[in-house]
Design a protein around this ligand. Structure first.
Ligand SMILES: C[S@@+](CC[C@H](N)C(=O)[O-])C[C@H]1O[C@@H](n2cnc3c(N)ncnc32)[C@H](O)[C@@H]1O
Length: 328
């Protein structure tokens, strides 16, 4: 269904699971779709080329040139709003026919040393997608040792979190930890490095990035906002990049989660109404895509269609959202 996507040739971010996302959203001519994680606009462009009208949302101000280019090319069908997808039902007028979320960082964010996302590039310990609020340096230099350890364990599944937190607290007593490579070297020194394994700082950097950008909070709120914004029959497609996020999406779509509901327009009956129907099995990238784009290796797509049942109030129970503050 997808035509060749020009953004793959000109944009630095290669869209992941693009054909699968398009097929999950099944955009009809004139459908209104919200791309809540615009990035370099790979999904938006493909949706526009399929005939849909697209509202792009991103909280990173650096994506503006990509949005401007699409707005110039599709002036009547593309618009862009800067903001967080947790508020997508306030940023876009509903009801809409589709919402897509491609969670996480873009290649542009990872590749720009100054953003501080990558332990392989020397840069300030920043990691703020929107460029505001607490930075990674604020957390690394400000949290108590036990909180820091809990953060690395809960958000990064780092089993050596206590040892790392202890080394960080010892090092920052001399002077604050300011750069990505300083932190990466400190972690490597603290827990060692086995040949063939991922860099020992991988999990800690993931944990810090998630905390700095409140990524689990955003995901949960974005899912419930999509539930409110989508028309009956509208489709939600979510691509995640690690199991902690995927678990949240999977449980959110679970028809057995939450109390049974009455249908919106029918007299009260015993009928159970689920908010999400046609819940698709998780889809992973093909080996061909992974060979072409290694970033697709851990990607997982989940999608479903909105029923007529009224949207739920936000409820974290049963979603398995990791917490580090107040954790044991
Ligand atoms: C993986 S990239 C998306 C790439 C995009 N699908 C493409 O094809 O170019 C994720 C993007 O989502 C943005 N983002 C992440 N969390 C966000 C949030 N809570 N609200 C809005 N944008 C967010 C990031 O700034 C980044 O640009």
């Amino acid at each position: 269904m997808a035509k060749p996507v020009q953004s793959e040739q000109v944009a630095p971010h290669v869209p992941v699971l693009l054909a699968e996302v398009l097929s999950a959203l099944a955009p009809l001519e004139g459908a209104r779709i919200v791309d809540g994680t615009f990035g370099a606009g790979g999904y938006s462009r493909a949706l526009l080329e399929a005939g849909a009208a697209v509202i792009g949302i991103d909280r990173d101000p650096n994506v503006k040139p990509f949005a401007d280019a699409l707005a110039a090319e599709f002036p009547s069908r593309f618009s862009f709003v800067a903001g967080a997808f947790a508020e997508l039902d306030q940023l876009a007028a509903g009801p809409v026919d589709g919402v897509v979320l491609d969670i996480g960082v873009s290649s542009m964010q990872l590749d720009e040393a100054d953003r501080g996302f990558s332990f392989m590039r020397e840069g300030p310990l920043d990691m703020r997608m929107a460029g505001e609020g607490e930075s990674a340096a604020d957390l690394v230099n400000g949290l108590e040792e036990s909180e820091l350890a809990n953060l690395l364990f809960a958000y990064g599944e780092e089993r050596k979190s206590r040892r790392i937190a202890h080394s960080i607290v010892a090092a920052r007593a001399a002077q604050p930890i300011a750069t990505t490579t300083e932190l990466a070297k400190l972690i490597e020194k603290s827990i060692g490095r086995k040949p063939g394994d991922a860099h020992p700082a991988t999990r800690s950097f993931q944990a810090l990035r998630i905390a700095v950008n409140d990524e689990f909070g955003q995901l949960v709120e974005g899912l419930f906002a999509s539930e409110r914004l989508l028309a009956e029959g509208g489709r939600l497609a979510v691509v995640t990049f690690h199991s902690l996020e995927d678990r949240i999406v999977k449980r959110f779509f679970d028809p057995d989660k939450g109390a049974p509901l009455q249908w919106r327009h029918l007299p009260q009956t015993d009928t159970e109404a689920h908010r999400w129907v046609d819940v698709a099995k998780g889809t992973k990238a093909s080996s061909t895509e992974v060979a072409r784009n290694p970033r697709a290796r851990s990607a997982m797509l989940r999608s479903a269609r909105r029923s007529v049942a009224p949207a739920r109030p936000i409820d974290l129970a049963g979603l398995g959202v990791p917490r580090f503050r107040g954790a044991a």
